[in-house]
Design a binder for this molecule. Structure first.
Ligand code: ADE
Length: 249
């Protein structure tokens, strides 16, 4: 999987890509991240990548030529490469989109900066626009890293060991169950008995229920789209009844 990142701040990417699973993925060749400095695609002698906005107003706008030239150079090499612009105006990023993006093997990630990007970049070379949430960051670099991280986790072998991305929070549309490790008692707080029982079926059942409970308490909106069994629905009905009873009491 190749991520070509277009930015005017390439150094932002060094540290996050040099630790942990992203580093391992790079070392194993499961992912390739090529960070391109947009200044290198500027044509004027000062290698300018931004300019004043037509019509006036505060701040600067990223010039169209360097970005378009960079995207076109990459697409010329690989016509299947798809480009995504990171912008708060894009489609909201979520687990399902990460999974869908992982099916495509070459992404060009365009990191906007300043007050924005000349609109003609969108018109000329952007296939998709992605926002990582309803807040404004200083640029698209951190969103690009978020996307690289979330998408890479879907590449077979990336997570290593037995971990499956399908077991994650959100993959099944639910929040994760609580986890415990040693010691069995910490400051008087005990580990739920069932986890020490060795009874795998009971543990699975407990975990499923705690997932449902957490999701019900914290993100009930997720339940509308989650894949739920008859048993799940019965459990949720009980939770709802308990809540109503508590409300009346
Ligand atoms: N650039 C600035 N803020 C952003 C956001 N929330 N998502 C994607 N790109 C951005």
């Amino acid at each position: 999987m190749i991520f070509d990142v277009l930015t005017i701040f390439p150094k932002i990417f060094a540290s996050p890509l040099s630790e942990s699973l992203l580093k391992k993925g790079l070392d194993k060749g499961l992912i390739q991240v090529r960070v391109w400095n947009l200044r290198d695609f500027a044509e004027d002698k000062h290698r300018m990548t931004d300019d004043y906005p037509y019509g006036g107003g505060a701040g600067m706008v990223m010039k169209p030529e360097p970005v378009i030239r960079a995207v076109e150079a990459i697409k010329e090499e690989d016509p299947d490469a798809k480009s995504a612009l990171l912008t708060p105006q894009g489609e909201r990023f979520h687990q399902g989109l990460a999974k869908r993006m992982s099916a495509h093997k070459h992404w060009i990630l365009i990191c906007g900066r300043y007050e924005g990007l000349d609109e003609r970049v969108r018109m000329a070379v952007v296939d998709q626009e992605i926002s990582i949430g309803d807040y404004v960051l200083t640029g698209g670099e951190i969103p690009a890293l978020v996307l690289i991280d979330a998408v890479s986790r879907y590449i077979p072998g990336f997570l290593g060991g037995e971990h499956s991305v399908e077991e994650d929070s959100f993959s099944q549309g639910l929040l994760e169950y609580p986890q415990y490790t040693r010691p069995p008692v910490f400051r008087g707080l005990t580990v739920p008995e069932v986890l020490l029982s060795g009874n795998h079926a009971q543990i699975q059942r407990w975990r499923r229920r705690e997932s449902l409970r957490r999701t019900f308490q914290r993100r009930p909106d997720l339940l509308e789209r989650a894949l739920l069994s008859e048993e799940d629905l019965t459990f949720l009905r009980d939770l709802r009844n308990q809540k109503e009873m508590a409300g009346q009491g």
